[in-house]
Unconditional design. Structure first.
Length: 101
């Protein structure tokens, strides 16, 4: 990514105490993966492909850096799903069922 004057811009990934609180809040919700909708094993740690990670979903951090620390744009995901999605938009699904079957 370059600026208007041709210099390379560096975007810093979210970090620090606020980011750690946001990650803890997403982890505490114990949700299924926002990408594949399968359960996440929260005891696994990085670099296990099934480990929990925070995904910038539905708006990728790379295309929406202003939403990097917006709680409404953060969701639980498997590490493999988060990495595999890259900055692609979410795939449309069939939605939520009207009743618990």
């Amino acid at each position: 990514m370059t600026s208007d004057d041709g210099r390379r811009q560096v975007r810093l990934r979210p970090s620090g105490p606020r980011w750690r609180r946001l990650v803890a809040n997403v982890r505490a919700r114990r949700e299924a993966c926002c990408r594949c909708h399968q359960p996440i094993e929260y005891t696994l740690t990085h670099p296990d492909a099934d480990a929990f990670t925070v995904d910038h979903y539905p708006h990728p951090w790379s295309t929406h850096p202003h939403l990097a620390e917006d709680p409404a744009n953060l969701a639980a995901a498997h590490l493999r799903c988060n990495i595999g999605a890259g900055n692609a938009p979410p795939k449309p699904g069939i939605g939520q069922p009207s009743e618990a079957w």
